[in-house]
Design a protein around this ligand. Structure first.
Ligand code: ADP
Ligand code: MG
Length: 929
């Protein structure tokens, strides 16, 4: 068992939970007729008359029907109902009183009790219920307590109290827990069962306090430390409460039983400590039931409601608050026997005080006394509502069967009889649940406040917005007004100033006129000069004035017109000036544009020429390549040029093989050779190179050669050899000259224009074998001209040829060999014709050594030309000795024997055999030939 104060049953609320006591209301009257249940008899509205005697009650008085008041009454009359219960004989009594009859005889069906006075006489008492020693606990509960519990559930206060001598079964009746035997459960346990079964744990509540009253002190049985609880009486209503008591909410039966057990244990412990026993104290169980009956739905309604909901919900839910007080009184014997059984006087007095006071009160109530000494004791104060109050009260008086306690039993029966006369006015404790209403209204109020705040904010915002807008409009209007005012002011000021000016002008004119008139008048009328100005006739003056005014006006108009004219002219002038300037600017601009255009045109022309020259070159190269492929043959000079040109063209990217010759010719004709030749003198080196290449390509074509020479192409090419420092130009020009030099006429022209010396000079300076090859080719061609032999040799042609062998390139050597062969052929021809008798110039210029050296050159173009040259030289007898000394004889012999070409072999043989010098030498050398 839990210790006091720490007791918890899951719903324990400790001392803080105080039962809410409010005013009881007289409304909602409920009939109390249902309060009688299984009891066969009902409480009469009037208690049995005391006049019927103490000893004999009036059965008739008790036999009436229920005394429920009319339904319209605000309260219901409810007499205190009293049942008597007889305890069975206990073991001791069974033995000790074995020979004696019980002191009482019960007639339960008549609800009568006979108290034996002696063997023949007895007093009969009627009770509301007479419960024999065989009455079950269930029946006792149903008869005594159940109607009270039902009333409590309906909102009334109720009291169940046991009165009797110690050991007669008060505690048995009220407080048995029925742990071992369910059937033994007492009123407290059964009452709670019924209450819990009836209420809704969700909406209702039941809570309890458990107190002990001992020696006028109220102790808390649920809290040991709480040992002096005071009683509080509501002055207005007389409602009694014990605010200091622990109140525990009960949610289930078991926790209640535990609580009772805890309280009983505490009671036992407290009594042990006080060296007393439970019979000396009163135990009081308070059960507070709070049950909502009406408006339960409204109290549950959702709280998001609108105002209409609020109105509807402002009706508070109705709750009924019933209080059941179960009182297990101290033993009634204490009243009579106090002090006689070793109790202190003080104790006896105290115990007696509460019980005596109760008795006195009940007496007073039974007698309908004006004064009921309720305040005499704490017990009567606590039970104020139970007797003569608003509670439904049921009293069970317990008696024992033993005749030895007849006195006590009698006294108990008499107490019960008196109690039966006590009339209570039952009042329902129904009230509005303002707390829950208040809670609900608080929530709604909060919502409204919040909403109000929101609306207020929105309102203020709107006000602010409108105010701002209005202020803006006002300031705008003010600005507009100010502007307008200022404009008006300025306008009026201007008008005013103009008026003033006009007036001043008028005044001046008047003044002037006035002065003039005076003078005129003075001049015209000398006789009048003596007259004062005032005396001049005013009519004349006025007339004159008008005239002058008119004139002046006319003048002013004219002047104005003139001024306007001037202005017009001025503006016209400035306009024309502006347009002239614009025209000039335009002209300058156009001029510049024109210059740009010219410049652009020149540039484009140049580009076109360049492109065309490139085009020609490429076309030409293509054509030549094709031709070369067609007539491939060794020793042909043109192939050399072609090769060169193709090399040149390779330097430039492009597809030259597909060029159409016809289109090339066409373009050539369109541009004109003259133009191309003129480009040879261009300042632009690139242009020069391209031009010379084009000319060279053209010169490779026999058909063009004459035309090229005619328009001065040869001269230009020779000039290039002289003037240009560019090796490429030299190479290409030499190639072109070489091609042109194939023609006899051209050969003469070349010679005439100092071609040999130019070619010699070029050869001397050239490094590139191709340049040397071109130069050598050109000279070789010249070497083939019979008429030019002497001149060629004289101008160093042969030396130049021999000089070029230094480079060792086979192509160059082949051209040199060809030149020597050509020269030798011409000499041989001249000697045959008898025009030449001198030794060969070749031999004179020292060519023989090189000829002999290369006579068996592995390169066939060289070897063939040398073989031919040797044959030609050998044909002239004057050369024989030199040739023999130079070692040429051996070469001729070899040629005549080994040369692959038959014609050369034959020629060599014939030459050898026709020369006496060679033959003699061969013989001398014993060579069989
Ligand atoms: P009281 O509280 O009045 O002093 P108790 O309730 O303690 O008396 O009862 C005294 C004894 O009598 C207990 O042992 C109890 O069990 C027994 N007793 C009382 N009433 C009855 C009854 N109706 N039936 C059987 N035993 C009873
Ligand atoms: Mg007891």
């Amino acid at each position: 068992m839990a210790t006091s104060g720490s007791y918890r049953n899951g719903n324990y609320k400790g001392g803080a939970l105080k039962f809410d006591r409010t005013l009881s209301l007289n409304s909602s009257l409920k009939s109390a007729s249902s309060s009688t249940t299984s009891s066969s008899s009902s409480v009469k509205s009037k208690p049995p008359s005391t006049a019927s005697g103490l000893r004999r009650s009036s059965p008739a008085a008790l036999g009436g029907s229920t005394g429920a008041a009319s339904k319209d009454d605000s309260s219901v009359q409810g007499r205190v109902r009293v049942a008597v219960r007889l305890r069975p004989r206990n073991a001791e009594e069974l033995v000790a009183d074995a020979d004696f009859a019980d002191c009482v005889e019960l007639q339960p069906e008549l609800k009568r009790l006979k108290l034996r006075k002696n063997n023949w006489d007895s007093d009969t008492y009627e009770f509301d219920e007479v419960l024999t020693e065989f009455a079950s606990q269930k029946r006792v509960y149903e008869v005594v307590a159940k109607p009270v519990v039902e009333s409590v559930l309906e909102g009334y206060n109720g009291t169940v109290m046991a009165y009797g001598q110690t050991g007669t079964g008060k505690t048995y009746t009220l407080g048995r827990l029925g742990d071992e035997d369910t059937a033994a459960r007492g009123i407290m346990v059964r009452a709670m069962e019924d209450i819990l079964a009836d209420i809704s744990l969700e909406f209702d509540s039941v809570s309890v306090s458990y107190l002990q009253l001992y020696m006028e002190t109220i102790q808390d049985l649920l809290d040991a430390a709480n040992d002096n609880i005071s009683i509080l009486e509501e002055p207005k209503t007389g409602e009694v409460s014990v605010p200091g008591a622990t109140v525990v909410e009960i949610r289930d039966q078991q926790s209640f039983i535990e609580l009772l057990r805890f309280g009983e244990a505490h009671r036992f412990a407290a009594n042990t400590k006080l060296n007393t026993e439970s019979s000396r104290s009163h135990a009081i169980l308070m059960v507070y039931v709070k049950k909502s009956v009406k408006g339960r739905d409204s109290s549950l309604s959702n709280e998001n409601g609108t105002n209409s909901h609020i109105v509807k919900n402002s009706k508070p839910p109705i709750v009924r608050k019933g209080k059941l007080v179960v009182v297990d009184l101290a033993g009634s014997e204490r009243i009579d026997k106090s002090g006689s059984e070793g109790h202190t006087l003080e104790e006896a007095k105290s115990i007696n005080l509460s019980l005596s006071a109760l008795g006195k009160c009940i007496n007073a109530l039974a007698e309908n006394s004006i004064h009921v000494p309720v305040r005499d004791s704490k017990l009567t104060r606590l039970l104020r509502d139970s007797f003569g109050g608003t509670a439904r009260t049921s009293l069970v008086v317990t008696i024992g069967p033993s005749p030895r306690h007849r006195g006590e039993t009698t006294s108990t029966i008499m107490f019960g009889q008196r109690a039966m006369k006590v009339e209570n006015m039952l009042k329902i404790k129904e009230e509005f649940d303002y707390k829950s209403l208040s809670r609900r209204l608080d929530i709604q109020l909060d919502k409204l406040i919040a909403e109000h705040e929101r609306q207020q904010k929105a309102f203020q915002d709107e006000i602010e917005r409108i105010t701002k807008e209005a202020q803006q409009r006002i300031s705008q209007a003010e600005n507009n007004y100010g502007d307008a005012l200022e404009k008006e002011r300025l306008k009026y000021q201007k008008d005013y100033m103009e008026s003033i000016k006009k007036l001043e002008e008028q005044f001046m004119i008047n003044q002037r006129k006035h002065g003039n008139e005076k003078l005129n008048i003075a001049g015209r009328n000398g006789s009048l000069d003596k007259m004062s100005s005032e005396q001049v006739p005013s009519a004349v003056a006025v007339e004159e004035l008008a005239e002058v005014k008119k004139l002046l006006q006319t003048e002013a108009l004219l002047r104005k017109a003139a001024e306007e004219e001037i202005n017009n002219l001025k503006s016209e002038l400035s306009r024309s000036k502006r347009s002239e300037e614009a025209g000039n600017a335009e002209i300058i601009k156009l001029r510049k544009m024109l210059e740009d255009e010219v410049h652009q045109k020149e540039k484009l022309e140049k580009e076109i020429a360049l492109l065309q020259s490139q085009l020609f070159q490429l076309s030409f190269e293509a054509d030549e390549t094709r031709r070369q492929l067609d007539r491939e043959g060794p020793g042909k000079f043109t192939s050399g040029v072609d090769s060169l040109m193709s090399q040149v063209s390779h330097l430039r990217s492009g597809d030259n093989g597909t060029e159409d010759k016809a289109s090339m010719v066409k373009l050539f004709e369109q541009v004109g050779l003259q133009k191309i030749l003129s480009l040879l003198e261009s300042d632009d080196a690139d242009v020069r190179i391209h031009a010379v290449k084009v000319v060279a390509n053209l010169a490779a074509e026999e058909a063009n050669q004459q035309k090229i020479v005619e328009v001065g192409g040869l001269t230009s090419l020779l000039m290039l050899l002289r003037s240009s420092d560019d090796e490429t130009v030299h190479r290409v020009a030499a190639g072109a000259i070489a091609n042109l030099a194939m023609n006899e006429t051209n050969q003469e022209l070349i010679m005439d224009q100092g071609g040999i010396s130019l070619l010699s000079m070029t050869a001397a300076n050239a490094e590139d074998p191709q340049t040397l090859r071109m130069v050598a080719g050109a000279i070789a061609n010249l070497c083939g001209n019979d008429k030019l032999q002497m001149k060629l040799r004289a101008e160093g042609g042969i030396k130049a040829l021999l000089g070029m062998v230094r480079c060792g390139h086979p192509d160059v050597l082949a051209q040199v060999a060809r030149g020597i062969a050509n020269f030798a052929k011409c000499e041989s021809r001249a000697s045959t014709q008898g025009t030449k008798s001198r030794k060969s110039l070749l031999i004179e210029d020292g060519a023989l050594a090189w000829i002999v050296q290369n006579a068996n050159n592995e390169a066939s173009p060289i070897r063939r030309h040398i073989e031919l040259a040797l044959c030609h030289l050998a044909q002239h007898e004057v050369n024989a000795k030199d040739m023999i000394s130079g070692g040429a004889l051996w070469e001729l012999v070899r040629i005549s024997r080994d040369c692959s070409r038959e014609d050369i072999r034959t020629l060599a043989h014939r030459t050898l055999t026709s020369s006496p010098t060679f033959l003699s030498e061969l013989r001398r050398l014993r060579i069989d030939y």
